[in-house]
Design a protein around this ligand. Sequence first.
Ligand SMILES: Nc1ncnc2c1ncn2[C@@H]1O[C@H](COP(=O)(O)OP(=O)(O)OP(=O)(O)O)[C@@H](O)[C@H]1O
Length: 268
Amino acid sequence: MTEAVSVRGLRYAFGDTVAVDGIDLDVTPGEIFGLLGPNGAGKTTTIRAITTLLPVPRETVTVFGLDVRRRRIAVRRLIGYVPQLLSADGALTGRENVSLFARLYDVPRRERSARVDEAIAAMGLTEAARRPAGTYSGGMVRRLELAQALVSSPQLLVLDEPTIGLDPVARAGVWERIAQVRRETGMTVLVTTHYMDEAEQSCDRVALMHRGHIRAVGTPAELVASLDAAGPATLDEVFRVYAGDDWDDETKGFRNVRQTRRTAARLG
Ligand SMILES: Nc1ncnc2c1ncn2[C@@H]1O[C@H](COP(=O)(O)OP(=O)(O)OP(=O)(O)O)[C@@H](O)[C@H]1O
C-alpha cells in the first residue's frame, strides 16, 4: 500500500541548530496521525518538509508516493495546510475568505460556489459565513482556516497546532469537526500538538518527538501500555518519560514514573 506520507532519514539544520535529526515516519491513508512534542522538538520543521516548504534531498519524503522534491506542484495539489500563524482576513466575511482560497487553489469556477458552501458547512459556519471574520471567536477563526484548507478537497490535511490558544470548548469543537471530516471523506490528517489529552482522544496513532528525534510511535493505547505503570497511565505520563527532564537517562525515567504511580496508588 502507498503510504499517505513516508519520511526516511529526514535531517534538517538551520545553521548549527539541527531541528530534525534523521527521522523515519509513515502515515497510513485515512488515519489521524499526531506528531507530538514540546516547543522546539522539530514538529514544524517536519511538517514544512512534508508540505514542500523546505528544500529536502530527493527520496527523503513522499506524499502518496510522490517525491516532495521532484513533484512539488503535484504534492501541493494533494495537501491542505493550516500553519500555526495563518489568519483569516477580518475585513472579509467568512465566505469571502474561503472563496479567496478556492480561487488560490484553482478550484474550477463551475464547482467553486458549491465547494465553498460545503467547506463552510463542514466546519459549522454556515450561519456565520455572511459576517466579517473580524467578529468571530478564536475557535471560529480556526474553523474558518480549516474550511479554507478543505475547499480544495485535499487528500492530506496538515494542521500545525490547530487548537493552540483556544479555550477547552473551542478546542473540542475543532477536533469534533476534524473527526467528522475524516469520517465523511476518508481524508488523511497529520496534526501537530502538544496537548496530550487531545491527541489521546482524537489521534489513531501518534509519534512522540523530542530534540529532533522520534522517540516512540504507536496508538495512544499501545504507548500507554508500554509504560508498564502500576495503574492506568495517560499519554501525558508516557510523554514525560520520553521528553521529560529524566529523558537523558531513559531507564531512570521509566523507574521514576512507575515509582510515582505506585506511591500514588498506595496513597489511594
Ligand atoms: N527559521 C529558523 N531559523 C533558525 N532556527 C530555527 C528556525 N526554525 C526552527 N528553528 C529551530 O529548530 C528547532 C526545531 O524547531 P521547530 O519549529 O521545528 O519545533 P516545533 O516542535 O515545531 O516547536 P514549536 O511548537 O515551538 O514550533 C528549534 O530549536 C528552533 O529554534
